[in-house]
Design a protein around this ligand. Structure first.
Ligand SMILES: CC(C)(COP(=O)(O)OP(=O)(O)OC[C@H]1O[C@@H](n2cnc3c(N)ncnc32)[C@H](O)[C@@H]1OP(=O)(O)O)[C@@H](O)C(=O)NCCC(=O)NCCS
Length: 176
C-alpha cells in the first residue's frame, strides 16, 4: 500500500507594518462571524476546496457535511477568534471565507482561506488575508502564521506577496 505524503510550508509574518485592507470590488461586502453564518462558512469552504489539492490531504474538504463538522470544530474551540473570521458575500451568494484562531499567545493562525472558483482573480483572497491580519493586530497579536501545501502555487504566491516567509517545511499524510 502506498502512502501519499504532502510537502507543506509553515509561513509567518510580523504584524508590525500592514498595508491597508483593499476595497472590495463593487458589489461585494464583508460579513462578520456569528453562529448564524456557520453554514455559509461551511458551504463556501466546500465549494472553494472540494476540487483542490488540499481535499486530498484533508478528505473532509470534499464532503459538505465534513466541512460543516470542520467549521463546528473550529468555532467551538477555545482558541477560535470570531473577530478575525470573515465571509465575503455579494447580492446572490457567499463567495469567500477565512477562519482564524490563536493557539499560541501573541500569534494568530489563519486556518482556511477559500474563494469559490467563480469569484477568483478579483482580489478577494488578498482582501481576506489582509482583513484577518488587521483583525489580529486589533486584538493585540504580534505575528500571523499559516500552513500551505507546497504545490498550491496560487495560495503560496498570495501569501508571499503579502510578506509571509517560510519558516519550516513539514510532511503530512492525509488526515481522516
Ligand atoms: C488561493 C486563493 C484563495 C486565491 O484567491 P483569489 O481571490 O483568486 O486571489 P486574488 O485575486 O486575491 O489574488 C491575489 C494574489 O494571489 C496570487 N494568485 C492568485 N491566483 C493565482 C494563480 N492562479 N497563480 C499564481 N498566483 C495566483 C497572486 O499573487 C495574486 O496577486 P496578483 O493578482 O497581483 O497577481 C484561491 O485560489 C482559492 O480559494 N484556492 C482554493 C483554496 C485554497 O487552496 N486555499 C488556500 C489554502 S492554504
Amino acid at each position: 500500500m502506498s502512502v501519499v505524503i504532502f510537502k507543506r510550508f509553515r509561513m509567518e509574518r510580523s504584524l508590525r507594518s500592514l498595508s491597508a485592507t483593499p476595497e472590495l470590488p463593487p458589489g461585494y461586502f464583508w460579513v462578520p462571524w456569528d453562529s448564524s453564518v456557520a453554514s455559509h462558512h461551511a458551504e463556501v469552504h466546500y465549494r472553494a476546496f472540494c476540487r483542490e489539492l488540499d481535499a486530498q490531504l484533508f478528505p473532509s474538504f470534499s464532503d459538505y457535511f465534513g466541512c460543516r463538522a470542520l467549521i463546528e470544530n473550529i468555532s467551538s474551540s477555545p482558541y477560535f477568534l470570531p473577530q478575525a473570521t470573515w465571509l465575503i458575500a455579494c447580492a446572490t451568494e457567499c463567495c469567500a471565507s477565512v477562519q482564524c484562531s490563536s493557539f499560541v499567545p501573541g500569534q494568530g493562525t489563519i486556518q482556511n482561506v477559500g474563494v469559490v472558483p467563480e469569484h477568483r482573480g478579483k482580489g478577494l483572497g488578498r482582501a481576506l488575508v489582509l482583513q484577518a491580519l488587521h483583525s489580529f493586530r486589533q486584538l493585540g497579536l504580534e505575528r500571523a502564521v499559516l500552513e500551505v501545501t507546497a504545490e498550491n502555487t496560487p495560495a503560496l504566491e498570495l501569501y508571499r506577496s503579502l510578506g509571509f516567509r517560510t519558516v519550516r517545511t513539514l510532511y503530512r499524510t492525509p488526515s481522516y
